[in-house]
Design a protein. Sequence first.
Length: 123
Amino acid sequence: MFTNKYALLILINLPLILIGIVSAITSFKTGRISKKKCVAQVAFWLSIGIALCFVEPLYNALISHNLTNSQPMSIFDMVLLTLILFSLLLIKQTNEKLDMLSTKFSRMHENLVIAEEQRHWDK
């Protein structure tokens, strides 16, 4: 079913997809994201994994119906797809860290305002 390039594409990107899924579940278990957001992230990473499995059959179907005349996937294409997935993983992690920092900053601001108000009333 899979030629070497497409199997290699799946094998190279499988760890990134697994990291994305495990990261979403871990974030949910630690309370950093909601259940709804966790389900959306797991579905996102699973859909990417499933889409990668269907790259070769889709390409073969396009060729057989004369819908494309492009060359088969090259090593450069594999590297490009892997970098795109890696970038998505980094963007997701950075977004989660920004959300956490925003929440911490809001709590610190609230505590500072409360402490300032308390100091004002103690005078």
